[in-house]
Design a protein around this ligand. Structure first.
Ligand code: SF4
Ligand code: SF4
Ligand code: SF4
Length: 964
């Protein structure tokens, strides 16, 4: 493994493209149903005279470094391809200068990369290969009859570097590729391989224009003086005779404006001071310079415009990436970039051509193009799950904007857009619902790795693992999306003992892990569950009868809260006669007696109770709280103690030296209808009881204000944003210190309650489950703890449990088609149709890799539809796949790897193979290397299957680069 990418010879690229297309219906992993073919063949006129088949394309960056990346972007709908920047420093030097990982697109994007990691000559060859490949693909795949795309080169960073022989040859070679012998070599290879194609004919080779670029984007470093920018621009216009876009920085907005804007959208944690703002080009200087340059361009029959904007530098303070400073992009950059566009649009009354990137995506592309800004390129959105396939949707949104000749910018529309953008909730930090990462704690397996991160493992409560109950979420979402609530509910009831209660109250850790958060919005899983319960639970209960006993064992559960009810239901349903002792006169104690009625009705609680009751669980209410566990453990075969948390302070306690009421007391009094409170209230704590207490108090007539003293400061990452904004809407404020709350009449202690028990019980047939074991926690975790106890008992009795047994069969193509596309939120009823079925097909590492270095292959003998192989030679260790893989692991290190050179094989510890001629080397998971002449033998079956599949079906992945 190494961060060095190997470039693929042109002939191999052609063969790879056609083989993959013919045999698998995709090209470099992009499914052919994601190829973008403009239906009406309309073209967009541009300021620089070219007509484009869509208004978008990949921005200069990771998607435009290698030929296969550019080809994939073209196929998906990119028609304005912004080639990655080149400068005099390149190759080895750049690879060493760029810390890895260098990309983090988990939410708003960050990177620490800059110009190409290839040598400049290599980069030029990649761009020429891509240029020819796109011509071939255009004809071969029926995309367009005539060229509908443009390449835009980018150079930096100072005049001295740009005038070097190396950069000058680069520019001249892309202005006219006939000056580069490699261009003719590509055409010659194309002639030799003409037999590969159906629709691309030998005669088409002659129509491949040698003019690769007629436009150039100038990139300068922060702090570059205005005089230097103008000198370079003048040189490029006057001596290179090329249309020019000057990349501008968001720093044109001024420090105060940028800081306030980002703070107001919730990005207060972004750390930057004013030094770039002071040192960079100033707005008035920019306007004056651009006016002069536009005039110079006009006199040469060229155009000079701007590219808005460069990424925005911020300090690295939360270890997002290595180093000290990183460049921000994505949704937080959009308002800044629009802000710059608005200012420039006004200053030039629309006459300044503007190309754009900086947070654009499928849901705002139309509005951007509507202002006359174009083309609009994208990057961060392509780095998220869905990847290049998303470009297909983005391109289709531009179709209606392909309106012939370029008509300039409309400053009024731009102004209006800048206002609406600020009101777009998708740009607010808290839109991401408090989810930082979808990753879970599971080890990434070498094979069969697909995982729906919403589901959890089902036997690991209290870990950061999606649903602690391990519910079969994608299945019931799909069924509910089809309107089949009856079946959906029966799937829910398999794993969830309290569907109505959790449908109303669950803290939904499933949603925090939903892949869809990296698209648009997480699936509203809890709402769908509630909908299914509301529609189908009564009927389901009617059909229930007493469960048949499968063993002679008898179980006792002490406590009928969420954990006890869960243990009892699963035990009884799976054939173990179960008795429940409960001190209260009804089940679901805390839910029933403490949770406010406006959050859950008694009917919903009773409905869940009926599930266990109808199965034949025997309940004894009003029992004593004193239990002789030792005696009970001899009377019953199994005892599950699920008595809930203990309140360490009853009645009034102390908080910061002041008398404080307990949240539980407040809630109990409110539920019983005799709460008395007045004046200004401070609730200390941010757990669910604290939040409920605040809500209850806010509804009291004589309470004048309620504030919550939350532990949000240091742990701001974990603020439940959706709860917080909801509470703000209810008029409940947040304070960081008691002093901030002002005069206080009532303090409420909402802190967590301690657990009663610690350590293992003495009797081996006694289990402690739920909050009495773990302390105060989420209800769903208590429920899962009860389920885990039931599972263990069933295991000991040799009874196979009946959970998670339903799986829908869907056609892979129906799953692939949904990938990449952003959707606006749907009604709860339709919500299930947004589910991506990550457990059926994940393949996210293949989607998010800009370099196509992870591939999904078919192989016999596995559970998953496809197996993931990593192609070392295409990887530069950018790290993006790691951020999005739902397991704890790193696909580029942990998956079965194909190597192309001995050097790369030796540099790596990855399990995988190197094929050199007829010799095949295999490194196993222990690091042992075995060498085979011809086909390997005697390896474990799964490894044999993967290697066999690579040799027989995917020989194009096994490039032997040492032999070239
Ligand atoms: S998209 Fe569906 S399967 Fe994937 S995490 Fe979300 S709910 Fe689960
Ligand atoms: S495999 Fe992963 S680390 Fe390598 S280039 Fe692709 S996304 Fe980056
Ligand atoms: S991201 Fe890739 S490696 Fe991770 S689970 Fe999905 S398919 Fe497997």
């Amino acid at each position: 493994m190494g961060d060095r990418m190997r470039t693929i010879p042109f002939g191999d690229l052609l063969e790879w493209m056609m083989k993959e297309y013919r045999e698998e219906g995709k090209v470099f992993g992009l499914q052919k149903n994601k190829f973008y073919i403009s239906r009406d063949k309309a073209k967009m006129g541009t300021a620089f005279g070219m007509s484009l088949g869509s208004g978008t394309g990949p921005a200069a960056g990771p998607h435009t470094q290698l030929a296969q990346n550019i080809l994939t972007a073209y196929l998906a709908g990119g028609r304005f391809i912004e080639l990655k920047t080149v400068q005099k420093l390149d190759g080895e030097f750049m690879r060493e200068a760029i810390a890895k990982p260098c990309i983090n697109a988990e939410d708003e994007g960050y990177n620490v990369e800059w110009s190409t990691e290839l040598k400049v000559e290599e980069a030029q060859r990649e761009y020429i290969k891509a240029w020819v490949l796109c011509h071939v693909a255009m004809k071969e795949f029926g995309i367009s009859e005539e060229r509908d795309f443009a390449f835009n080169m980018s150079v930096g960073y100072d005049l001295e570097g740009i005038r070097t022989e190396k950069i000058d040859s680069f520019i001249e070679g892309l202005k006219d590729a006939r000056k580069v012998p490699f261009f003719n070599e590509c055409l010659e290879t194309l002639r030799e391989k003409a037999g590969l194609f159906d629709s691309f004919k030998a005669a088409d080779i002659g129509s491949i224009s040698p003019v690769v670029c007629t436009t150039l984007a100038l990139s300068t470093l922060h702090g570059c003086p205005v005089q230097e920018i103008e000198r370079i621009a003048t040189y490029l216009l006057e001596e290179k005779g090329i249309n020019l876009f000057i990349k501008c920085n968001p720093t044109l907005l001024g420090y105060e404006y940028a800081r306030e804007l980002l703070d107001s959208l919730g990005y207060g944690y972004l750390s930057f001071d004013d030094h770039h703002f002071k040192e960079d080009l100033q707005f008035d200087e920019a306007v004056a310079m651009l006016k002069r340059l536009m005039e110079k361009a006009r006199s040469k029959g060229l155009i000079c415009g701007v590219k808005l904007t460069n990424t925005f530098p911020v300090r690295i303070e939360r270890k997002e990436l290595p180093g000290e400073e990183m460049y921000m992009s994505g949704r937080s950059l959009l308002p800044l970039s629009i802000g710059v566009a608005r200012k420039l649009g006004k200053a030039f009354a629309g006459s300044l051509p503007m190309a754009f990137s900086g947070g654009a995506d499928a849901l705002n592309m139309k509005e951007l193009l509507d202002t006359g800004i174009q083309p609009v390129t994208v990057c961060t959105t392509l780095l998220k799950p869905g990847g290049y396939a998303r470009l297909s949707q983005i391109a289709s949104t531009t179709a209606k904007k392909l309106e012939g000749a370029y008509r300039g910018i409309d400053p009024l529309k731009l102004e209006a857009l800048s206002d609406t953008v600020l009101a777009d909730e998708r740009l607010r930090k808290d839109f991401r619902e408090g989810t930082l990462s979808r990753k879970t704690g599971s080890k990434l397996p070498l094979f069969d790795c697909f995982k729906a991160p919403c589901m959890g493992e089902g036997n690991l409560p209290h870990t950061d693992e999606g649903c602690p109950l391990g519910q079969n979420i994608p299945e019931y979402l799909k069924l509910a999306g089809r309107g089949d609530f009856g079946k959906a509910f029966s799937v829910i009831a398999k794993d969830n003992p309290s569907p109505s209660i959790l449908g109303n109250l669950c803290s939904h850790p499933c949603q925090s892990h939903c892949t869809r958060v990296d698209y648009d919005r997480t699936l509203q899983i809890r709402s769908v569950k509630k909908l299914a319960s509301d529609n189908a639970q009564e009927n389901f209960i009617e059909g229930l009868g007493r469960a048949a006993a499968k063993s002679g064992a008898k179980a006792l559960v002490i406590g009928a809260g969420p954990a006890g009810m869960s243990a009892a239901l699963f035990l009884q349903r799976n054939g173990i006669r179960t008795v429940v002792f409960e001190k209260e006169d009804k089940a679901y104690g805390q839910v029933r007696y403490l949770v406010p009625g406006f959050r859950i009705s008694d009917d919903a609680i009773d409905r869940d109770f009926s599930l266990a009751e109808k199965l034949g669980v025997e309940f004894r209410f009003g029992c004593s709280e004193e239990h002789d566990i030792e005696a009970l453990s001899t009377e019953y075969d199994y005892v599950v103690v699920a008595t809930g948390p203990v309140l360490d302070v009853e009645g009034e306690g102390e908080l910061h030296g002041r008398k404080a009421s307990q949240a539980s007391e407040i809630l109990r009094a409110a539920k019983a209808g005799h709460l008395k409170a007045e004046g200004r209230v401070l609730v200390a704590g941010s757990g669910f009881q604290a939040l409920d207490a605040a809500r209850v108090l806010k509804r009291e007539e004589k309470v004048t204000s309620v504030a919550i003293l939350g532990s949000y400061g240091e742990k701001a990452d974990w603020v439940p944003f959706d709860e917080k904004s909801q509470l703000s809407l209810e008029g409940i404020g947040f304070v960081d210190t008691i002093g901030e709350a002002g005069r206080i009449d009532l303090i409420v202690n909402g802190d967590s309650f301690p657990a009663r028990y610690a350590g293992k019980p003495k009797q081996s047939n006694v289990f402690y489950a739920g909050e009495c074991r773990t302390g105060s926690g989420a209800m769903v975790s208590a429920s899962a703890d009860g389920k885990a106890a039931a599972r263990e008992i069933l295991r000991r009795e040799g009874i196979e449990d009946d959970m998670r047994e339903f799986r829908l069969e869907l056609k892979p193509q129906d799953i692939y088609i949904a990938k990449g596309a952003l959707r606006k939120s749907l009604s709860s009823k339709e919500e299930g149709s947004r589910c991506l079925r990550c457990h059926d097909i994940c393949e996210i590492c293949t989607e998010v890799c800009p370099n196509r270095a992870n591939a999904a292959i078919e192989a016999e003998g596995f559970g998953n539809l496809h197996q993931i192989v990593h192609i070392d030679g295409m990887c530069n260790e950018c790290g993006n796949c790691t951020f999005f893989c739902p397991h704890a692991g790193e696909p580029y290190r942990d998956k079965f790897t194909v190597f192309w050179t001995e050097e790369d094989f030796q540099d790596s510890g990855n399990t995988g193979i190197l094929k050199a001629g007829s010799t095949l080397k295999y490194r196993d998971t222990e690091g042992n290397v075995l060498t085979f002449e011809g086909r390997p033998e005697g390896l474990e079956p799964k490894v044999m299957s993967i290697i066999g599949s690579l040799l027989d079906k995917y020989p194009h992945y096994l490039l032997d680069m040492d032999g070239r």
